[in-house]
Design a protein around this ligand. Sequence first.
Ligand code: UDX
Length: 447
Amino acid sequence: MAHVLILPYPSQGHISPMLQFAMGLTSKGLNVTLVTTSYITKSINTQIGNVFIASISDGYDESGVRSASSLEVYLDSLEGVGSKSLEELIEKYNQSTEPFTCMVFDTYVPWGDKVAQSVGLPSIAFSTQSCSVSSIYHLVSKGILDVPEPGIIKEMFALPSMERSEFPSFALKDGSYPTLAAFALDQFNGNKDDWVLFNSFDELETEAITVLKDYFRARAIGPCVPFLPKANGHGNGYGMSLLAPEDNVCMKWLNEKPANSVVYVSFGSFASLQNKQMDELAEGLKGSGKYFLWVVRAAEQKTLPEGFAENPGENGLVVTWSPQLKVLANEAVGCFLTHCGWNSTLEAISFGVPMLAMPQWTDQPTNAKFIEDVWGTGIRAKVGEEGLIGRKEIMKCIEDIMDGEKGCKIRNNAKKWKELAKDAVTDGGSTDCNINEFVAYVNAMAE
Ligand code: UDX
């Protein structure tokens, strides 16, 4: 039987979609092992659904990435120690009765591809970002597309016209986060015969996936969102959280609220806002008069106004982590104030929840652009003085989405996209067909 090794970058936003993809493959009869760092495997089961979990070392087995002196230092160690450890793991499996047939590596783990080549294992790239963002990175890296200077609107083939601030931040070449920017720009270096899988679906990003097909065997195999109605292994109900959700508190609170009455607020697993922005957000949420459920990770709670976490007013609840899929699936939630990470965006689309976009960096500004201007499933809050989004703007946007005429259109679009997402993963849908094609390819290799 074909045995696929799946190698995500070791963080929530990457493991989660790749695990969902892995589950989809097991439901099609493939044997799948997801490999991640020992530090992470300590807190998850050795088997999730039918997917086996195996560990490699990143050099930080005891305390994880947060104990590295910088991200650059961590990435060096992840590559150096990780490559060796991965090679040993592959050799061990290859001497067993279940050798690997191929490796699906995250494009943010390019060294995984090098290891695969060194041990003669076929490799397939997987992108956890949107097709549009991926196509921008690829075209910028090949010198085909230039990011415009501020104030200029760039007309582009197969993508909406965009200004500089709407491009993914790693394409700006402004010198910030050089290691990550280099990863982002160089992540697609294969050729036309090479598979690249995308966590998206054909109907959502028709034009961008067409562009990518000019360069690779690009296929959209998403949305990799676990709670979608059951279809071919999607919707299997298994989420994966690296942090413990405050399940009981959150869901009990939400279950008592009327339909479409709650603003759910989360900035994902990484982004952090400055204190002044947190003040404006806190006042905006309170002033909106709506219920709000706000995730502020434990490490970020110090940026909240004093005493706010314990006493956010009678309409609010602040938690350190939520079971986000359950929250978005709950009918009480009428608006998702989000940083527009790609997983959060796809999750909101899959559950038909309107979005209020407050993008921070990386791919988020581009995702926010698409949410507002292409899919019509949300609006972007406008950045005002000092680069801040003020409380009044937050209140206005919440009102527009939850009460206004604009909100009605947005809700209709959100419903439409939810149906299209469901259709894509259902038997015979675009994603289902793309996964079948990939499974046939893997099975042929194993024969
Ligand atoms: C990052 C980037 O921001 C994202 O754009 C990229 O595509 C992947 O890496 P992150 O910032 O964490 O990810 O955001 P996002 O992609 O939205 O992923 C966050 C995940 O954490 C989601 O799957 C979400 O459901 C989950 N989550 C978040 C929870 O389960 N509970 C929470 O309280 C918050």
